[in-house]
Design a protein around this ligand. Structure first.
Ligand SMILES: [Ca+2]
Ligand SMILES: [Ca+2]
Ligand SMILES: [Ca+2]
Length: 226
């Protein structure tokens, strides 16, 4: 809706009606460029009920139907994992870091500059998951999304972390850790929920309102005629 501010910069002597068509052209151009034009704005959640109330059409990856594997890279139903962390294992639910005694994603890091990227096959605007950090020496869990770092998981803690993009879509996130002491040993991630923010205007929803603004400006011009 940044486009609406253009009306504040109309030079004296040029009517809003006269620039109406170019105004809409600029708006259409901006809409077509908007998804990658600037950094996304995020809102984070630590309460799963609040996250679910803000989102819709969520899918979930529980890892429960995925074979356990000590590989770093994995191909799952809706995303793959590509990692340079020390471990990015699909581990069974008896191992340290499990969430609810079921298969989970188990991370170990010896270098906070490394990460595990989840690359989704479709763009989305919301992701949330259960986490546990069993580390005893200070490494905190980090989610990197759209180039921005979100610190969420303190050592010897567990919980839920969710994040939604308020003004666009993303198709990948990276799990990492911050510089602590020694290794990150371990992080457990499970029940990854991903989908969409509720009530985000789409271009097809915005166009009618832009048309309404155009008509409104035209009518206002007519009423201002002497
Ligand atoms: Ca699981
Ligand atoms: Ca890091
Ligand atoms: Ca540590």
């Amino acid at each position: 809706m940044r486009d609406l501010q253009l009306t504040s910069f109309i030079p004296m002597g040029i009517s809003k009606y006269q620039i109406g068509s170019s105004f809409i052209s600029i708006s259409l151009l901006t809409l077509s460029l908007a998804p990658s034009a600037q950094a996304l704005t995020f809102k984070t959640f630590t309460n799963i009920d609040a996250f679910q109330a803000a989102t819709t059409r969520l899918n979930i990856e529980t890892f429960n139907s995925t074979a356990t594997s000590t590989d770093k890279n994995h191909d799952l139903t809706d995303f793959n994992i590509r990692s340079d962390m020390t471990w990015t294992r699909i581990s069974e639910g008896t191992l340290t870091g499990n969430i609810n005694n079921t298969n989970f994603l188990q991370l170990q890091s010896r270098n906070p500059a490394t990460s595990a990227a989840l690359n989704f096959y479709s763009s989305m605007s919301a992701i949330g998951f259960d986490w546990v950090n069993t580390d005893n020496s200070g490494d905190t869990l980090e989610l990197i999304i759209d180039g921005q770092s979100e610190i969420f998981g303190a050592a010897n803690q567990k919980g839920f972390f969710g994040i939604i993009a308020l003004d666009g879509l993303f198709d990948s996130v990276e799990f990492s850790d911050t510089e602590g002491g020694g290794y990150l040993q371990y992080a457990g991630i499970d029940n990854i929920r991903y989908g969409y923010v509720q009530d985000v205007p789409t271009p097809t929803a915005i166009l009618p309102s832009l048309f309404g603004i155009f008509v409104g400006l035209g009518r206002r011009k007519q009423t201002e005629q002497p």
